[in-house]
Design a protein around this ligand. Sequence first.
Ligand code: FAD
Length: 320
Amino acid sequence: MAEVLVYVDHVDGAVRKPTLELLTLARRIGDPVALHLGAGAEEAAKTLGEYGAVKVLAADAPEFADYLVVPKVDALQAAYDAVSPAAVLVPSSSEGKEIAARLAVRIGSGLITDAVDLEAGDEGPVASQSVFAAGFTTKSRVTKGTPVITVKPNSAAPEAAPAAGAVEQLSVTFGEKSTGTKIVARTPRESTGRPELTEAAIVVSGGRGVNGAENFHIIESLADSLGAAVGASRAAVDAGWYPHSNQVGQTGKTVSPQLYIATGISGAIQHRAGMQTSKTIVAVNKDAEAPIFDLVDYGVVGDLFDVVPALTEEVKARKG
Ligand code: FAD
């Protein structure tokens, strides 16, 4: 069976969920071979094997941490040369897209970014992309070279499928250009203790109806009672009430949690583009005619300043 190269996104060997989704999608095309860069390959290999990686290629070098993406592209190209895969799958993060694009140029292949689904086709993998604010789904196939495809988080439910996942060291040589841009400082973001937005099982979002940064604690309290991530509409972000990293929508992040709670959000098409594939959608809005209610599984017509704190208290009471 053909092999499919999967670029691993991890934090110190803890494999992130989008990679497990890639492994799940990769199995539709062939046998996944994972590429792990940096420390923690042995630890990561246990998870990667559990989700279907037949092999884990591992490389560790200071260049991966000290410079921007080019050393990682060198490693991906070395893995590509070693495996001759039927396709290369990379998570659709901003770094992932840059790595994928650079590899595609180097190997003279076509590139598809931000796929939301992937299937095997007679003439190679077929990738689905969601376009025009999720109004249409297009299906595309790479016609030149080995397909390089980036896949958005939450595109598939990770499915375990135990495979060998044996670690093999990969030798990588860095060219002069690899170390052209050095990272000079790293400032860790203050941890909120909440799950990452695109990986969270529950997301509670606030919009213009929250009416000020000082009121977002109401949304955060509900999120914390549920172990959820906090999202925001662009109106709330543009007003400076919440960081852009928490924006959900066409120009923000795409989420697909089990439960999405939209509070004080009207449901503009650009917001829907980032959350409409959520499994269960709940909205709290004081306007019964708000378009968000066309989309919801459960809607509450009411003032969020009454409804959200009451909901938070109820959740806490039920948890004991
Ligand atoms: P509004 O549309 O103003 O809605 C506020 C809602 O809050 C109303 O429905 C109101 O009834 C309700 N409300 C008010 N007070 C209360 C209360 N006390 N209790 C309960 N409900 C209350 N938007 C995004 O969200 N994400 C994107 O990524 C994004 N990208 C965009 C890209 C482009 C190119 C463009 C043109 C627009 C984009 N937008 C995006 C903006 C989008 O069109 C909307 O303007 C935006 O989503 C509106 O945000 P909102 O729902 O919070 O505000």
